[in-house]
Design a protein. Sequence first.
Length: 87
Amino acid sequence: MAPFEVGKGSLTAVGSITEEINISVPGGVKYQLLFDLLPGGVDDDQPYDCAVRLKFVKHDDPVFEICKADDAMDTSLPIDLEAQPAS
């Protein structure tokens, strides 16, 4: 989980290196953002390797936490928790 604060607008850009979408999230609120990587499947006859599920959970004092990691993730390495949003 990661702390996530939404500004006063209701649209928030969520993306990766290759893709970005705008989602509607109530603004002016702090959240714990939970990221789930799900196994692939088929949607509208289009196969996909994996899917991402984002959960925005309202929280007054959100904190960073690794809830679950696979063997490929080295949780002993330092993580930059002071990153700034892209402008």
